[in-house]
Design a binder for this molecule. Structure first.
Ligand code: KG4
Ligand code: ZN
Length: 334
């Protein structure tokens, strides 16, 4: 079963070809980071225009690298939401057009479901059910994944997403966009205990997150230092901020695993590329008797392979899109 997966929900135009839900033949990603970096964040109108320019070359390249043509495909999978409407529509219309012209079934994949299943693109695959922590630029949520189609939401952020907090703090520190990897690098030389930033645990037993308070705490710290004319301890600041965010993400995921009775935690989303988060979760997981699974770094950030994978499951179950199906912008999984 050869499936073409297309992703265009935010600022990556991506296409992949997956055979039988397990063998990746090609995975092509065109990142728009250089386009948006000068604005310090994704500009939706520019993103849609870039997707329009990129979609055909990216899909063509994925087919070329796979050594196939559209005639060899058994189905198409495409991100339906959540995301930026203008961006989503580019990939979605392109996928539908292929499906109509080639008379192929088309699956509409929830972007979050793609992230939640992306771990199966790596070698270490968890058993179902498992608890998954998604931490990206747009979302921070904890799910219990029952099977490839059933996702139960246990908690989500009440304000900023974890990646958004990284990006906003980086902007405050005048570091380049995207801020997450930049803060991760700066934190390597710093002391994570140097500055005691607040950890927002919310009510006992809650798996929700809140990251706006820590962002304000960093802003206040920076303002006070600048008013006193003192230099910023950049490495310590990055390390301490990163540690606070990571501790909350990891501890809540482990707690959710304990409470929902499945001792397996899967990490997903762009922030899962953070080395300290991976290291912290692995160490605390082994203390708590929880197995930790992390997708290879290239499948943590947005990609077409995870959409092809989630779409393969939908197509196998006969869950295909009608011609009148549309995209959606808001979070709705679980
Ligand atoms: O999943 P993703 O590619 O796109 C969304 O769906 O949002 O995640 C991108 C987010 C950005 O906020 C970026 O700063 C963050 O993931 N990120 C990181 C790291 N690499 C990417 N955050 C912390 N440490 C990293 N190494
Ligand atoms: Zn994503």
């Amino acid at each position: 079963m050869l499936i073409l997966g297309i992703e265009s929900s935010c600022d990556e135009t991506a296409a992949a070809v997956l055979a039988n839900g397990e063998r990746l033949l090609a995975d092509v990603i065109n990142s728009q980071v250089p386009v948006h970096s000068r604005y310090g964040g994704v500009v939706p109108e520019l993103a849609s225009r870039k997707h329009l320019e990129n979609i055909q070359p990216v899909v063509t390249e994925a087919l070329r690298r796979s050594g196939i043509t559209l005639d060899d495909l058994d189905g198409v999978a495409v991100t339906r939401g959540p995301g930026l409407i203008g961006s989503l529509l580019v990939g979605f219309s392109f996928a539908k057009a292929i499906a109509i012209v080639k008379n192929l079934p088309c699956a509409g994949v929830d972007h979050m479901a793609g992230h939640l299943l992306s771990v199966f693109l790596g070698d270490a695959k968890p058993e179902f059910p498992y608890v998954a922590l998604i931490a990206s630029g747009g979302h921070s949520s904890i799910f219990r994944v029952e099977d490839p189609y059933t996702f139960r939401l246990l908690g989500r952020t009440r304000d900023d997403a974890a990646g958004e907090a990284f990006d906003k703090v980086a902007k405050l520190l005048r570091l380049p966009y995207p801020g997450g990897p930049e803060i991760g690098r700066r934190a390597e030389g710093g002391d994570p205990r140097a500055i005691d930033f607040p950890r927002s645990w919310l009510e006992p037993g809650s798996f929700d997150f809140s990251f706006s308070g820590i962002k304000t705490a960093v802003a206040t710290f920076v303002q006070q230092r600048e008013q006193r004319g003192e230099p910023l301890p950049l490495a310590d600041l990055c390390a301490s901020f990163q540690e606070a965010v990571i501790e909350i993400l990891a501890e809540k995921a482990l707690l959710a695993a304990g409470e929902s009775g499945c001792p397996r935690v899967v990490l997903a989303g762009g922030v899962a590329a953070n080395c300290r988060l991976r290291e912290y979760l692995a160490a605390r997981g082994s203390e708590e008797g929880v197995q930790v699974f992390v997708p290879p770094v290239e499948f943590c950030t947005d990609n077409g392979a995870m959409i092809a994978l989630a779409g393969t499951h939908l197509l196998r179950a006969g869950r295909t899109l009608g011609l009148d199906a549309d995209v959606y912008s808001r979070f709705q999984l679980g």
